[in-house]
Design a protein around this ligand. Sequence first.
Ligand SMILES: Cc1ncc(COP(=O)(O)O)c(C=O)c1O
Length: 372
Amino acid sequence: MLTRRGFAARLGAGAAALRMLPEMAYAQRAAVQTSAMAKDMVWLNANENPAGIPQVALAAMNETLPSAWRYHYQEFRDIYAAIAQSEELAPEQVMVGAGSSEVLHIAVDSLTSPTRPLITVAPTYEGPVELAKALGHPVVLTKLRADYSADVHKLVEEAGRAHGGLIYICNPNNPTSAITTKSDLDWMVANLPPNTTLLVDEAYIHFGESPELSSALPYVREGKNVIVTRTFSKIYGMAGMRVGFAAASPDWVAKMAPLRINVVSIVSAKGVVAALSDRQNILRDRKAAMSRTRRELCAWLKDRKVGYIEPQANFMMIDVGRNAREFISKMPAMGVAPGRPFPPLDNMLRVTIGTDQEMAKFRDVFWKVYKA
Ligand SMILES: Cc1ncc(COP(=O)(O)O)c(C=O)c1O
């Protein structure tokens, strides 16, 4: 296991850049260059939620702000207990971090090594893959199945071949918006090779409508060798507040919690607890609103015989029928910024589901470029 200090020492100057990865990732990799930014640009590139911060969270954060000159450390035990309780977990099974980025970082840092690979699919969320590579740990990328789902048999086979590793599954997957079904997860958990942990990133799970989509949290509750990460950045619309958590065995949490940089901000923490107090309504209403807009986009594409991957998250991949890189690069000048290209899905454009108004503009610009 590698501490953050050891990690920084090993990477030297490179470490400083790596620590900044999330900020740099969004700024540098966006399909849009600063010079091309229109003032009224419709941003559909980062899977943010236009519903924004829930009112109840905003009120709690406003109320907390004047007292944020104190550390408030003594309050965090109860705050973390509230987060744990929201998912029927014991507080010892939960580690809260600055977004799920921080807890994913710790999982990859601690559960991969020069002889223990990160094993995942391509394409998937790049944070874990890039961290493993930067650490000099092997990364095994497997191909998606024809229906864009993860090939769980291959993932398990690769873990066996490596005599153990960290299998990372993003469910629903970013960028495809496709899912790993409950039966595939069940099979994988039952067949994990020795020395292998399954890391399931559920950043977008609340947006899914498929009856085959199911959280991996029950495996954590059952004490299986599974870690689940969740975030308040997506359906809760609190990306800038930076709160996420990992659910895992108490042993793992006890070992990993000291590797966090620090506690999250008291303002964010109070906002999250307030949002959880209205959790059922927030999740139901936001999922319903996003799903309706997503269904409209799917119907519009179907009418025009444009292919897409059946979406289960708040973004979707559209087959533009040619290399998408140039297609994507044309859109910002017309006022819409979609996601960057995601090789090896070279013909696919990823778009975040925004407001109805934003999606109307997206359709307009998309169609102009598509027809050109
Ligand atoms: C699949 C996935 N996991 C994790 C993250 C990190 O999000 P955050 O650190 O805001 O929780 C993202 C960000 O977009 C993501 O797409």
